[in-house]
Design a protein around this ligand. Structure first.
Ligand SMILES: Cc1cc2nc3c(=O)[nH]c(=O)nc-3n(C[C@H](O)[C@H](O)[C@H](O)COP(=O)(O)OP(=O)(O)OC[C@H]3O[C@@H](n4cnc5c(N)ncnc54)[C@H](O)[C@@H]3O)c2cc1C
Length: 422
């Protein structure tokens, strides 16, 4: 069978793959995007039913298109986000082939480029852009044995409260996923325990501007590296039910029981660190720092935005914070399900090239891999804080297309110089 040849192959047809296709197209670079399922599949089938974007419609989008029929301040439902990327791909006539999985990639011997095995044949590509996202495999600590008698799922398998057996639910992890799922379960009438680790919790809005706007004008989305010590700190925000500031004490006042970090398990009982008050205090400090910087910015630039002193009032600590629960017997507490909202890991098993560090993370500079011709897109902090988000990936894609174009011009010169020398 003849081998298909393409200049640049993009693996993955999520938002990163669509953005990459737009910029490669603008640079006139022949390319093909392979997506194993459907465009923006993860927004359709790997998120819970009620998920909406964490940022408003004016912000969580590509520059080239608005969300049809949405108010700029709306938080967009996940299916509509997927529809948006399908429509965007159509608008730019992106060459996306769906239902094709890339199964193996290796470097060609003695010449530039890669040999690519897919579920539908073999391709040779001069360049590869890995746009398979930042959230490959759900990870959760191996603490509670399967025979403990509780349903255990990762947040990526959670869909809605009705999916869980009757009884109380323990949600482990209070980033945006864990916080939103715990809130939804509480609203559905469940008894909910939430294990809260270190987190950032910017205000949803302050002085009539959404936090996405504040972080933008304050240059926070463009930070090139996390503040030292804050590398693993999750951000807890919510666009659910019209959007609100995540304040865990308010969840507690509505009946949720807050716990510290989940530590260990023995004979039906989970143990928690005595760090809940400290974790909440760190979240408060982050929240206050955004208000402080916003006020300083408003003053410096004379912004006519109403002051909001009440935003600085922090609710008193509820009993679960002042008198923390350090152990929880699951049966006695009636816990029938545990949802592990504990994040994801990379899986590049199909990429047989030496472009990874010993922990399996890509070696790259702003997405340009240590392996010539190989590029990554959509990684957390790839070039900036916004890199793995909708608006950030578009800018990183533009940079990568530029880099590929530059390398192509070197190759073109080399070929031309070789011809004239003959
Ligand atoms: C719960 C949750 C909520 C989020 N909410 C927001 C939000 O509100 N706003 C925001 O800006 N960001 C949000 N994000 C972050 C980010 O925008 C999404 O994770 C987004 O899906 C990332 O897009 P991507 O294209 O980089 O990767 P993905 O969406 O993961 O797309 C990668 C694609 O590659 C395909 N693929 C993988 N391997 C192969 C292969 N070997 N061959 C072919 N195809 C392959 C997959 O099927 C997938 O479609 C959220 C993330 C999560 C987990």
């Amino acid at each position: 069978m003849p081998i298909e040849a393409i200049d640049t192959l993009v693996v993955g047809g999520g938002q990163a793959g669509v953005a990459m296709s737009e910029h490669l197209g603008k640079c006139g670079i022949p390319h093909l995007v392979l997506e194993r399922h459907r465009i923006a599949e993860r927004w359709r089938s790997e998120r819970w039913d009620s998920l909406v974007t964490n940022g408003p419609a004016w912000h969580d989008r590509f520059p080239g298109m608005e969300f049809p029929g949405a108010h700029p301040d709306d938080f967009i439902a996940k299916e509509k986000v997927a529809d948006y990327f399908v429509a965007y791909a159509e608008k730019i006539a992106a060459p996306i082939r769906c239902g094709v999985e890339v199964q193996k990639v290796r470097r060609l011997a003695g010449r530039p480029g890669f040999h690519v095995e897919t579920s539908q044949g073999t391709i040779e590509a001069k360049n590869i852009v890995v746009a398979t996202g930042a959230f490959h495999h759900p990870v959760s600590p191996d603490l509670v044995p399967q025979q403990a008698g509780v349903l255990q799922i990762h947040s990526n398998a959670y869909r809605n409260p009705a999916q869980l057996p009757d009884g109380a639910v323990l949600v482990v992890g209070a980033g945006s996923s864990g916080g939103q799922i715990a809130d939804e379960l509480l609203r559905s009438g469940r008894r909910v325990y939430l294990s809260v680790g270190p987190h950032q919790r910017p205000p949803r809005a302050y002085r009539q501007r959404d936090y996405c706007w504040w972080l933008g004008v304050l240059g926070k989305w463009d930070l090139s590296a996390p503040t030292p010590g804050a590398q693993h700190v999750t951000i807890s925000v919510s666009g659910a039910n019209g959007g609100h500031t995540v304040e865990f004490r308010r969840y507690a006042s509505r009946g949720m029981t807050l716990l510290g970090m989940t530590k260990s398990y023995k004979d039906g009982t989970l143990s928690f660190s005595a760090d809940l008050a400290e974790n909440l205090a760190q979240g408060d400090a982050n929240y206050m720092s955004v208000l402080d910087e916003a006020d300083a910015y408003a003053q410096r630039f004379g912004l006519d935005l109403p002051e909001e002193p009440q935003a600085r009032i922090i609710d008193p600590d509820p009993p679960c914070v002042t008198d923390p629960i350090l152990t929880l017997n699951l049966r006695e507490a009636g816990v029938s399900s545990i949802i592990w909202a504990t994040g994801y890991a990379f899986d590049y098993g199909w990429l047989e090239v030496g472009a990874f560090d010993e922990s399996g993370k890509p070696l790259h500079q702003r997405g340009v891999s240590s392996e010539p011709g190989l590029y990554f897109l959509g990684l957390p902090w790839q070039s900036r804080r916004g890199s793995s988000f909708i608006w950030g990936v578009w800018h990183d894609a533009r940079y990568l297309a530029d880099q590929i174009a530059i390398q192509r011009s070197y190759q073109a010169y080399n070929e031309q110089a070789g011809r004239s020398a003959r």
